[in-house]
Design a protein around this ligand. Structure first.
Ligand SMILES: Nc1nc2c(c(=O)[nH]1)N[C@H]1C(S)=C(S)[C@@H](COP(=O)(O)O)O[C@H]1N2
Ligand SMILES: [Mo]
Length: 306
């Protein structure tokens, strides 16, 4: 049974990873590490009660099996190519129906927003999954800070466009920038975070440094990486994958074992790291977050709103 209030994992068993242990020691030993990283790489966070008690994937798995088409389409491309993106300084434009629009330096954007470690299940539409210990803050708290206006019903986000630093953007694999969207109540939900780290470290570039969205009950493509713009809008935005193939990819993209992708089943998933002969696991409705989020979709036909 899932016990969201409890997280009694022994980290040293899970991840015998030098950097993780080092960072933990630095936290214990004081703030010495702060000087090393950019201003937004804060270290004061604690594990959230919203975390799953499943065992996280290793840092190796999380950073070498990625989807980030700005760096290529193979799972190994982001790890090989993403180091060329300069993530400091970084600013994010807040635009549209907000009280305090503007272009915010990342440290300024994050001021006053508590960082937490959130160990979340993460499931790609390609039917593989991982468990990832993100560090991030609630998107809803950021939206409260900038003040959403009554006409704001949806939110639209964009990834940075820098073909000179992102080798995949030199080809028209996708129509850059990568765009994603959420309904405002989805964006305000406490499970929706902007991640700036994982495994107690700054976010690796291949995972969307320096700031990316994480929506754990939706397929992975909703969790847009390296965000430079957040716009509050009145109309439902068109996201990148929907624009390419609306029959296969919708706006909602909630993890749903009962609604198959037109070309493959969504009923089960392969947990990365389980080994070649590992049994597939049953996919859970809303990726297992149904108790928290199902009410957002009351009365909606999730077969039509896929
Ligand atoms: N900008 C951008 N964001 C993106 C993608 C991408 O290609 N470009 N891929 C998405 C997909 S399909 C998935 S499954 C996740 C993968 O996140 P991870 O590599 O951190 O596990 O990122 C999502 N965010
Ligand atoms: Mo994905």
């Amino acid at each position: 049974m899932r016990q969201p209030w409890k997280n009694d994992m022994n980290w040293s068993d899970v991840t015998p990873k030098a950097a993780w242990l080092n960072r933990r020691q630095l936290i214990a030993g004081g703030a010495a590490a702060v000087a090393a990283g950019p201003a937004w790489a804060k270290l004061d966070y604690k594990t959230s009660a919203l975390s799953t008690d499943e065992t996280p994937n290793t840092l190796e798995e999380i950073t070498t099996y990625n989807n980030y088409y700005e760096f290529g389409t193979r799972k190994s491309d982001p790890a090989a190519n993403a180091h060329t993106l300069k993530t400091d300084p970084w600013s994010v434009e807040i635009a549209g129906l907000v009280d305090k629009p503007g272009t915010y330096d990342l440290a300024e954007l994050m001021t006053g927003l508590p960082l937490e470690e959130r160990i979340y299940r993460f499931r790609c539409v390609e039917a593989w999954s991982m468990v990832i210990p993100w560090i991030g803050f609630e998107l809803g708290k950021l939206l409260e800070k900038v003040g959403t206006q009554p006409g704001a019903k949806f939110l639209r986000m964009e990834t940075v466009v820098r073909p000179e630093e992102m080798v995949g953007q030199r080809s028209r694999i996708l129509d850059w920038p990568y765009v994603e969207g959420l309904r405002l109540d989805e964006a305000m939900h406490p499970l929706t975070i902007m991640a700036t780290g994982l495994y107690g470290e700054e976010l690796p570039n291949q995972n969307g440094a320096p700031i990316r969205l994480v929506v754990p009950w939706k397929y992975g493509f909703k969790s847009i990486k390296s965000v430079v713009k957040i716009e509050l809008v009145a109309e439902q935005p068109v996201n990148t994958w929907q624009a390419i193939n609306a029959r296969e990819y919708g706006f909602y993209s909630n993890v749903n074992p009962e609604v198959d992708h037109p070309r493959w089943s969504q009923a089960s998933e392969r947990r990365i790291g389980g080994g070649l002969f590992a049994k597939r696991i049953d996919t859970q409705m809303f990726n297992g977050y149904g108790d928290q989020v199902a009410s957002l979709y009351d009365g909606m036909d999730l077969t039509k709103n896929y």
